[in-house]
Ligand binder design. Structure first.
Ligand code: UD1
Length: 423
């Protein structure tokens, strides 16, 4: 397995292009299952999660071709011939559950493996399933699979989510486009990826109102047609690379960056003493002071501070003057990066969903282990300003969500390389 070696190398300068959003692409791809006409996505990111979704769709009989080096995904579901999403693929990626809604809506049945080992436990999909039941589907959980059937098709319903869920909102939204009658999603997620999905579905002929607010209304139609859609900018990749100059110093322009995608996060950066300005090509981030100031962070559904940037923000706050408190409200057990940062000399205490970070002047490079996607990139970010060499192993997590990370950071002056081999 590859490792990434980062050596603290002073301030950064230059430009980093931001890719299309992984999480948007992972819900736009299953939308192809809703129509027998082609759906083409442009600005797709080149990531292993996208390849996993490609394999899953192909296993159902869809055609998916990656063109233009993977930035264009040409898909067609006219020849669907399988209704079962197999455990071997689904276990690799939780987002696989997003094929359930579209398949059920168009075909009237679907069998999908529950993602992970105990999906109705710590990482449940109960909200997805309850939405389909409300729309008239019969569900049966057997042998680790959800067997779903909607004889005569799905019916519109009022669905009031008890918890804001990005995935459940996306799944229900896709299913409702082909349901009979009106569906109202209340307490819906407002993430930009949902707005992007609704825009694409509307191009395919769906009737949707209210995306980006907490009430989305969908008027079911008989069929959807083909479309071409550009994937929205990845706000998590954007936020991650905004932190690079904040941590290492210097000034970097994030090409394609948009402030509205990262407003709550940018506010915290500015409170820490980092400047964020809009340019005609994106966003420019600069840290001119010696050290940043401590800030407190609470993760929340959009438009709040994203949980997917919490680990990276913690890397910055390790170097801050003063004590910061980070509260994780979306996922339990999402501080796996803290012990690894502590191996580099960070002072962090974790109690339940709260991490207290006492800023230090210096971190020292160390061998560290990436435990998940965002944790792994937080260790790379910390390594940009640590003394000496930080060796991050198990970087396969990284490749799920960041394309060419060593090239993007190397181009702005970071000393970073991928070493092939064990680790
Ligand atoms: C998506 C993102 C992920 C991000 C998360 C929160 C994708 C592919 N992934 O994940 O990167 O971290 O949003 O912004 O888009 N929950 C339930 N029952 C359910 C579903 C969720 O209780 O049926 C809970 C979860 O355990 C969690 C919360 O709801 O505590 C939010 O999860 P959710 O928004 O559904 O996350 P995902 O869609 O899986």
């Amino acid at each position: 397995m590859d490792r990434i070696v980062v050596t603290g190398n002073g301030p950064l300068s230059g430009q980093i292009p931001i890719a299309g959003a992984k999480n948007a692409c992972l819900t736009l791809m299953p939308a192809t299952l809703l129509s027998d006409e082609p759906l083409t996505l442009t600005n797709a990111p080149r990531l292993s999660d996208i390849r996993t979704m490609t394999t899953l769709l192909q296993s159902l009989g869809a055609e998916v071709s990656a063109l233009n080096g993977g930035q264009v995904l040409a898909m067609s579901s006219h020849g669907l011939n399988n209704h079962t999403a197999d455990y071997d693929i689904v276990r690799k990626m939780r987002a696989s559950i997003l094929v359930l809604g579209p398949m059920l809506a168009r075909e009237g049945r679907a069998i999908v493996s529950l993602p992970g080992g105990c999906a109705i436990g710590a990482r449940p999909v109960d909200l997805h399933l309850k939405a389909f039941e409300a729309m008239g589907a019969d569900l049966d959980l057997r042998d680790g699979y959800v067997h779903a059937e909607a004889k005569g098709g799905l019916k519109g319903a009022v669905i009031d989510f008890p918890v804001v869920s990005v995935g459940a909102t996306e799944n229900a939204l896709m299913a409702a486009t082909l349901a009979k009658g009106t569906t109202v999603l209340k307490n819906a997620a407002r993430e930009p990826e949902i707005v992007d999905l609704a825009r694409c579905l509307r191009k395919m002929g769906a009737q949707i109102e209210g995306e980006g607010t907490s009430t989305i209304t969908i008027e079911g139609v008989d069929r959807l047609h083909g479309a071409t859609h550009p994937v929205v900018t990845d706000r998590i990749e954007l936020g991650t690379y905004m932190l690079a100059p904040a941590i290492a110093g210097g000034e970097v322009e994030l090409l394609g960056g948009r402030l509205d995608l990262v407003a709550a996060f940018a506010e915290k950066l500015e409170a820490a003493g980092v400047s964020v300005t809009e340019t005609d090509k994106g966003l420019k981030v600069a840290r001119k002071t010696d050290r940043v100031r401590a800030v407190d962070v609470v993760t929340e559904p959009f438009p709040g501070f994203p949980t997917d940037l919490q680990a990276q923000m913690m890397a910055l706050l390790c170097f801050a003057e003063g004590t910061s408190v980070l509260e994780e409200r979306i996922f339990e057990n999402r501080f796996m990066h803290a012990p690894e940062l502590m191996r580099m000399g960070a002072r962090i205490e974790v109690h339940g969903g709260t991490a207290t970070v006492k800023g230090v002047e210096k971190l020292k490079g160390a061998p560290v282990m990436a435990t998940d996607l965002r944790a792994s990139v937080s260790l790379i970010l910390a390594g940009l300003a640590a003394q000496g060499e930080t060796v991050v192993s198990r970087v396969y997590h990284l490749d799920r969500g960041y394309e060419r990370v060593e090239e993007k950071l190397g181009n702005v002056g970071a000393k970073i390389q991928r070493v092939q081999g064990d680790g």
